[in-house]
Design a binder for this molecule. Sequence first.
Ligand code: ADP
Length: 396
Amino acid sequence: MKILSVNAGSSSLKFTLIEMPEKTTLASGLFEKIGLVDSRYTIKHNGEKIVKEISMPDHSKAVDILMEELISMHIINSLDDIEGVGHRLVHGGPEFTKTVVLNDEVIEKLIENIDLAPLHNPGSITGMKAFMQALPNVIQTVVFDTAFHATMEETEYLYPVPYEWYEKYKVRKYGFHGTSHRFINKTISEYLHRDDLKIISCHIGNGGSVTAINAGKVVDTSMGFTPLAGIMMGTRCGDIDASILEYVGKKTGESLSELTNDLNKKSGLLGISGVSSDSRDVEDAAKEGNKRAILAEKMYAQKIANYIVMYNNLLGGADVICLTAGVGENSISMRQMIFDRVKTLGVKIDPVRNDIRGKFSLISTDDSKIPVYVVPTNEELMIAIDTMELALQNKK
Ligand code: ADP
């Protein structure tokens, strides 16, 4: 069964075509700058990569090209070969607590909640509509980044702000990276043959979040109403005092949205180091003695360590800690720096085991009080698994 896993943004569309249940990636690619002058696409298949520049005024054109290419590259014989399409959506709002079958009614509800993710959701919805048009008879699903976090209790998801903000405007913690944290939960639970694990899942990429999971249910997560909260990230600040906005705004004359943009795009590793948002560049600069890069790395590690310690407390003692995403999977030095700061938990990293990138591995010592694993994430596969399951249910 061939399933397309789709992640559409306002001007981009990423896809992975996966053979299920074998989990084999048949093709993947990216359509970029849709609606802009220099739009282009890349498709990878069988170790080959094609890149073409072509005018794509909208997502529908991108989807049409994708379908034509999949056939002309002999990846599929006809559109009937595609038996499901799963769409990633950043924000499901409070209503969507699990993956759902996409239909017009769902689209309407998503549009009602557009305010909650004005930068992300509109592009994804446009992508969904284009695929519904191109493949009207194929089951399509929406997989929400927020859904896995729906099990949080009020004590965790409410902010201590006027209660009406929650009642009237849906202001609460939603959490993000849910599809990744769910994949980590599934992978480590299957590996350890347990479904009652207390897991601290650390998704540390350009964006980053730490999630406390108890027996498959999220207890708390570090991102909040938006992905701006929690740990320090590549360009996002994470948790800060909200009063800073008014104070700096008065000094600089920036509007609230300009200031929010500063916190999203000019803060984090980039803001502190002044070098880059990419952890590799910051690491290189720190090695050369750049003081602000050294500071940025220390702060970054400390904020993650603080969440790990806090969630260990919340879970009443974690059974396992998992690291994933770009930095978590690949940065040997950052992993070491993080766990140098959680020694009170008796966690010990084995430098030899830690000397790996991008593969599933135990990186803690045998006498570490909590085992630490690197677990490469695969959100596309998680989307394909959900879509396959709903497609099979639909056939019954
Ligand atoms: P996102 O999906 O949030 O855009 P990723 O999960 O791809 O982000 O993570 C991007 C981050 O991962 C970057 O900061 C990058 O420096 C880091 N990263 C990727 N590969 C490596 C590597 N080999 N060593 C260190 N860091 C890496």
